[in-house]
Design a protein around this ligand. Sequence first.
Ligand SMILES: [Zn+2]
Length: 301
Amino acid sequence: MTRDVNDAWVECACGARHWGRQGAAGLALADEGALVLQHRSARSHHGGTWGLPGGAVQHGESSLAAALREAQEETSLPPSAARPHATIVLDHGTWRYTTVLAHASVPRPRVRPVDWESDDVAWVAQEEIAERELLPAFADAWPTIRRLLQARPLLVVDAANVVGSVPDGWWRDRAGAATRLLASIRSASRGGFPAAWFALEGAVLAWPRIVVVLEGAARGACEPATDDTAPTHRPAFRTPQVLRAERDGDTAVADLLGGLPPLEREHAALVTADRGLRARTAGTRHLGPGTFRSALRTLEG
Ligand SMILES: [Zn+2]
């Protein structure tokens, strides 16, 4: 296990002691109605209870990276076995705990206890979780985690409208402009988007399924490479999907949104400023290209 100056107790404003000077993070990895839980060893804080693998965030590390590193140290799970879904943050001001929710990228990846902190780690059926003796903080968070794991956030991007929102000469090379937008979305999406865009109540960040709709000459854009051959130390990020409209882009977007299953429709967001398309997709959350572009810049930077 790696040691760091942040592996230390914090006397918190709430009156309790918490682990991790820069806060802590844990991983809630789900697959087929089960979750990976850690049976905490008697020597650890709240020994004997079941909770999520996790630990102190280290210097310069994101909460996502910390949760995946700790999960690997405690359960041998490679980061590539997790597809990030959303984060929940418990913020005490002086200390914060981030739960990273993720879905398994392969069926039930194997887990086993690998350090002194765990007596056991196992896939536990979600119906059985509430019956176990749980770490109190995890027991509090579990209903929210369970609800959020069901949600299917979706981001649909009207590429023509986003590309057209800045007069940078895109009309000279529509396919090139769309290729740049796709690359930018792919790279920014790894950092996660604001969960509020998708009405994911209780979450801070979300990693949605992304569909970028291209029309006309922009349909010649190059698709971002898939992450199929990504190294095992990196999470399994979703590659944005590209939908090349057969007719006009607006019809493709409206058809896509109209055909979604309820769990996805409820958490869909469409990026467009086009009034006609907004009217055709009433009932869906809409984001302006300015908001979207500024989020891309922040996330890429
Ligand atoms: Zn506290």
